[in-house]
Every structure is written in structure tokens, then in C-alpha cells.
Design a binder for this molecule. Sequence first.
Ligand SMILES: [Zn+2]
Ligand SMILES: [Zn+2]
Length: 259
Amino acid sequence: MSSLMDTRLNAMRKPAIDPLDLVYPPLCSFCGGGLAAGRALCESCAAGMTRIVPPFCDVCGEGFQGQIDGTFDCPNCKEISFSFEFARAAMDRSDETLELIHRLKYGREIHLARDLGILACDAFQDRRLAVALEEKWPLVPVPLHWRRQRDRQFNQAEEISKFVGEMMGLAVVKRLKRVRRTQTQTRLSRRQRMENLKGAFAIRKSWFFEKENPIGKDKTPGVILVDDVFTTGSTVDECAKVLRKAGAGRVVVLTVMRG
Ligand SMILES: [Zn+2]
Ligand SMILES: [Zn+2]
């Protein structure tokens, strides 16, 4: 790991005494305006980003215009049965959110993880997630293959999870591992993605719920699976399948953006 990345990682963990502030004055990543300590986006840029507001699909989280009455067939997911209960993204697809995610992932601007985590927390306004907060369901980040993580030097889902956990008082539990390298999914159809991901994930060590179940041994625990973007849902579906098989009673998905 480069020493700059080391410094950035340390700075991110201790934002109050960020040594990088001396080198790079803390300015908003979008407009160059002034910033609150530890933030990468100013208040007005963060407030101006497009959130998902009702109505939205209560399975895949896709936002819709107008009114949804009674039963609603979502064109994105009506043919699909997922292993998770529902997926909730905080942000609707927009150039701004996508830019932040890309700068984090490919530009390695790890300082953006905090703001993306804060944006993701908007999803907790969804009342269906109240039980997860009450019972303190752990956040489980979607893992990268170790080789990709070595190249990127961090896992964006894990970095985002850390800040969501900090904000919402939830533990981050890295319980999944990627056991197979998969090809980039961007140009694949849903069917090809499912095929590509088959057997790609596994549980790390033995399942922890017996000993570490944060909600007590007698209850079936839930899990919040975290990723940066929900596109077709194939990745989180494959992860949810593995978690369910390992004993997770309920699996819901939280992402920063609906892609
Ligand atoms: Zn700004
Ligand atoms: Zn849907």
C-alpha cells in the first residue's frame, strides 16, 4: 500500500486531525466551496443530489413517477424472485452520485466514502428498516475478490459500511468472501450476470450467529447487505442466497444508489 493511501486511510479514521488538510485544503469535491470537518461535499451539493422518494418499488427500490395504487407490477423485477426481502437505495441514479462512486472506486478517492455513507443513511427513513435498527442487524459488505481488493487497496462497500455503521450504531461484519474472480458485469445481461456469479461467494469461517448473534441466541437474526450500487440485483441476490443458507433469517439490501 502506498504511503499516501496509508495517510489517507489513517486520516479517514481520524477526520478531526486530518494531516492532509495541510496539503489539500478541505474544499467541496463538486463546487470547491467550504466544508465541514471530515466532509468531502458541502451541504448544498449534498442536499441537491437526487434521492429516491416514494413511490418506489418495494422490492428492487426503483423510483417511479406518479401514484402507485394497490398491487404494483414493477417492470424491473416482477419476473424475478430474489433471496433478499427488499433492496433500498438512498439515491436515484444521477451523474453526481455516479461520479462520486466512480471517484471512490476507480479514482481511489477514499475520503469520499464518508459522504457516500452519510448519503446511504437516508435509506433508513424507510420504515421497513426500523426493525433492523432496533434489533441491531449487522451490516455485511459485499466482498471483492482479494486480488481486486489488493489492486484497489480497499473495498468500497466495506468503506461505505463503516460510516453507515458509525452513523446508525450498527456493527460491520465481514462475513462474506469472494471465492472466485468474476468478469466485469457492466456489459452482461441479467441472465449472464447470474451465471457469472454462481458460486462466487462463500461464508468466512464458521457462521457467527450462534456466538455473535447481536440480537440474542433465541432470535433469528437479520442482516443488512451493503453495496455501492444496485443495478440488476444479481450480485446482492447471490450474496443473500449464501447468507440465508448460512442461517440468516432475514436479509435486506442497502445501497447508496439505484443504478
Ligand atoms: Zn459543494
Ligand atoms: Zn422492482
